[in-house]
Design a protein around this ligand. Sequence first.
Ligand code: MTE
Ligand code: MO
Length: 422
Amino acid sequence: MTVSFKGKKASRRQFLAGAAAAGAGTVAASAAAAAGDPLITEKQIWAQATGDGVDATPYGLPIEFESDVVRRNVEWLTADTISSINFTPIHALDGTITPQGCAFERHHSGAIELTKGDYRLMINGLVDTPLVFTYDDLMRFPRESHVYFCECAANTGMEWAGAQLNGAQFTHGMIHNMEYIGVPLRTILNEAGIKPEATWVYVEGADASSNGRSIPMDKALDDVLVAFKANGEALRKEHGYPVRLVVPGWEGNMWVKWLRRVELTDKPIESREETSKYTDTLEDGTSRKHTWVMDAKSVVTSPSPQSPITHGKGPLVITGLAWSGRGAITQVDVTLDGGKNWQVARLAAPGQKMALTRFYLDIDWQGEEMFLQSRAHDETGYVQPTKAQLRDVRGLNSIYHNNCIQTWWVKSNGEAENVEIS
Ligand SMILES: Nc1nc2c(c(=O)[nH]1)N[C@H]1C(S)=C(S)[C@@H](COP(=O)(O)O)O[C@H]1N2
Ligand SMILES: [Mo]
């Protein structure tokens, strides 16, 4: 019995014909050809003894064979690992949810250890009654759960001047996507009573850097969550245990971890040095400020430099991720020839607002060289720009908010490289 895929337009009849012919494009070896395979014919050692009992690992880790699916950093990017960043192995993941254990980390002064017992959240400033909440207090408010992506504004930032880092993990891995459980910030602010003159919300963390940020009141009252669970379990220490802010669609630096204080103000508090770093330098030396929303973006995660084609010619699954801080992804296009011809990819599920969307394009690859790109569209009608289009507007001196179309040059041997095409 063989299964074959002749590309997305294949009908059931074509599938069956393909299976009968067992020709090019067939996924499996025929049973006859596999007859001498000891993995089929011999009883293997794993079938000759019993396996681990149920309590071998009370909290399980991935099997050792998956040990390369890990966060990685780029040593030359930062002086040390305390104020640093690492990258999600998006080239090796599928689906949309990022396991916490391999979700990128960005700390300005390291990940701190804070217990639920020591946790306090203060609401002060332009409120009727300043309040302090314990972790238990937060547990008593009605909760919501939502899947959202969190992308560092610096994601893809090293690629402005030229193709630089050889892998989707490094070019696009400052992103993760989790199901958060939390209390809307609005609920907690209303508990304290919002004074009419309050127009901004200053949020800070309990770590040494405090990572203080100002968020406009409209956003704070809209969809911001005070979150304590992610993907079903407590936040990991590195993601802000026990409580972090979730600011859907907005740049990662506003997602304050170890959230300790929310101050209502009538102007943004931009005193901190770190805050001023998150601006985009334009070609003429001026800066773009307050670019909080992450524009629509996508990337092919496989094949890609760290995920080459290893199975030879025939059916090939091209896959990747798309997202937009302005709402849901409505369409993703994929090109195999550097943008001359585009095909509409299949979305694994309809796009959700401010969450990662998985796309697939199933092709019959005959070993031809490809210049693979993906292009995201979001519900506002925005289309992901090319690198040239983005440079026309933003020049080469930017770091943040690089959402341009990425190119992988896939060679006939299946290896892929980060390149630029004009
Ligand atoms: N308290 C605190 N919150 C913080 C930071 C920090 O250093 N301290 N880093 C910010 C930045 S720049 C990003 S991109 C996100 C990253 O979240 P993560 O570490 O869960 O991936 O957290 C944000 N929140
Ligand atoms: Mo960030």
